[in-house]
Design a protein around this ligand. Structure first.
Ligand SMILES: CC(C)(COP(=O)(O)OP(=O)(O)OC[C@H]1O[C@@H](n2cnc3c(N)ncnc32)[C@H](O)[C@@H]1OP(=O)(O)O)[C@@H](O)C(=O)NCCC(=O)NCCS
Length: 179
């Protein structure tokens, strides 16, 4: 597996064609009380299949703080992009995808290590990502890498996603002390 920054002219067709669907046999149902919102793990039978629209644009790639493409020979195996928000020193993962046949082989973990290395070399204090309550694989993935849930939004999405809740996760950037 090889890694390099995204090159729009070379990669855009493969990026747009990457299968960004996921299958989940569990979801996090949102439970509300007056002052709390909780995510409750629920079995989903039959498993649900959802697909992200590939919304990456040439402009987004050009203005990203960091991008990575993983490829095996000519096959695009995954890609990720991070945007740096200057005001509050938060780095935002805008895209994170591994092609289905490369999943559960540690590729996402390797790509995340690259993002973290890049972000640690900036002044960012936190790495942040948005996913959905129905994306159990992604929530498990991010949590396995030290992300913690830092918020929800049950009103963020318009149709056709209106029934889904946005789930935000974050991971503090820990830098090694010099000396
Ligand atoms: C989420 C995603 C990026 C994970 O990539 P990956 O290369 O499969 O991840 P890894 O192999 O590094 O997995 C690391 C850990 O994450 C967790 N994990 C990954 N996929 C999982 C799944 N389908 N179900 C449960 N846990 C999962 C596991 O703890 C796994 O460790 P293990 O394999 O030793 O059990 C990939 O499934 C994907 O691209 N999904 C579709 C697009 C998507 O949802 N992107 C995120 C948008 S916010």
């Amino acid at each position: 597996m090889k890694f390099r920054p995204i090159e729009w002219s070379r990669d855009h067709t493969a990026l747009r064609n990457l299968d960004a669907s996921f299958v989940s046999d569990r979801v996090y149902a949102v439970r509300r009380t007056t002052m709390a919102v909780s995510l409750i793990e629920k079995v989903c039978s039959p498993p649900l299949t959802e697909r992200y629209e590939m919304a990456l644009t040439k402009k987004a790639v050009a203005t990203a703080a960091f991008t990575v493409v993983a490829h095996e020979n000519t096959a695009l195996a995954g890609f990720a992009a991070v945007r740096q928000l200057t005001g509050n020193r938060r780095a935002v993962i805008t895209d994170f995808f591994v092609a289905p046949r490369f999943r559960r082989r540690g590729l996402g973990t390797k790509m995340m290590k690259q993002l973290c290395r890049h972000v640690a070399a900036t002044n960012a204090r936190v790495l942040w990502v948005e996913t959905q309550n129905i994306n159990f694989p992604a929530i498990t993935f991010y949590r396995s890498l030290g992300f913690e849930i830092c918020g929800f939004d049950t009103t963020l999405y318009d149709a056709p996603l209106a029934a889904e809740a946005a789930v935000f996760l974050s991971k503090p950037i820990i830098r090694k002390q010099a000396g």
